[in-house]
Design a protein around this ligand. Structure first.
Ligand code: OGA
Ligand code: MN
Length: 297
């Protein structure tokens, strides 16, 4: 079967056909997917009824996977899925829908703010692969924003201003933005801020993008309120309608995105219904900036 690539948006996003992710993939197929994601940044695979092991095997074709333990609020023994999965569902270990005031659910609502996965880790993720095992009919879309196009559309003055800026990212900041501050000292310790460049250059395409996320709490060397106000401004710019694709989930869609050139967020849905989404995440290989840089600040 030959891979097919069908663009779904003017700027980015393509649907990939001609591949069955339940089967072992060939080197040519992986090369084709890598070329497609470098160009389109978000890839949609339809009708992929895969098991967790098949999702792991396919994801590992692109590099080592991140493990979810060590950051966030998940505790050993509480997890529903293999540790290489981020459980983006609204289900507990027994597949019961989480109660409205459930702590893990409230923490997970952070996904409704624009972000790039694992920007709060010193070495952030490259790709994320999200499989829709049980999807909701209404709402629950995942929206993506093309941060390369958003960068290209900045005026030269702003491009120059953000060229060398470094931001501090932490899960504490994105959770605080929603009023979720009930974190233990041990949890906070796993969420210590890390630094990321604000202008990112893609290693494959050489295209520049704005590296934004709701995890940003500070621009290094700037007064905090001024930094946050500027980050809000850039985020508003980058998430204007024409930079955004909204993915309406169908059962067994798998959506793969490049976190180096996009942001995404989940939209609201009726949280009494089951939404079983499972994410695998390909680890990056290098930090975007020396973590010790500007340590005096
Ligand atoms: C994710 C995520 C959004 C969604 O899986 O990283 O942010 O729509 N998901 O569930
Ligand atoms: Mn995410």
């Amino acid at each position: 079967m030959a891979l097919t690539v069908r663009p779904l948006h003017d700027l980015f996003v393509a649907e990939i056909g001609g591949i069955d992710l339940a089967r072992p993939t060939t080197r040519e197929e992986i090369a084709g997917i890598e070329a497609a994601i470098a160009e389109h940044a978000v890839l949609v695979f339809r009708d992929q009824n895969i098991t967790d092991d098949q999702q792991l095997a396919f994801s590992r074709c692109f590099g080592d996977l991140e493990e979810t333990k060590g950051t966030g609020i998940s505790k050993p023994g509480e997890q529903r899925l293999h540790p290489a999965f981020a459980d983006v569902s609204n289900l507990d270990k027994d597949n019961t829908v989480l109660a409205r005031d459930n702590r893990r659910r409230l923490y997970g609502l952070g996904n409704m703010l624009w972000h790039s996965d694992s920007s709060f880790k010193p070495v952030p993720a490259t790709y994320s692969l999200l499989s829709g095992r049980v999807v909701v009919e209404e709402g629950g879309e995942t929206e993506f924003a093309d941060m390369r196009a958003a960068y290209d559309a900045l005026d030269d003055e702003t491009k120059a201003e953000i060229a060398d800026l470094v931001c501090e990212h932490s899960l504490i900041y994105s959770r605080e933005a929603l009023g979720f501050d009930d974190l233990s000292d041990a949890e906070r310790a796993t969420m210590a801020p890390v630094r990321q460049v604000l202008t990112r250059t893609h290693p494959v395409t050489g295209r520049k993008s704005i590296y934004l996320a709701s995890h940003i709490g500070k621009i290094m060397g700037w007064p905090v309120p001024e930094g946050r106000a500027f980050i809000r401004d850039l985020t508003e710019h980058a998430t204007q309608d024409h930079f955004v694709y909204s993915h309406k989930w169908k059962k067994y869609d798998l959506v793969m995105w490049d976190n180096r050139s996009t942001m995404h967020r989940a939209r609201r849905y009726d949280s009494t219904l089951v939404r079983d989404m499972r994410r695998t995440t390909v680890a990056g290989t290098a930090p975007t900036v020396d973590q010790g840089a500007m340590a005096a600040e």
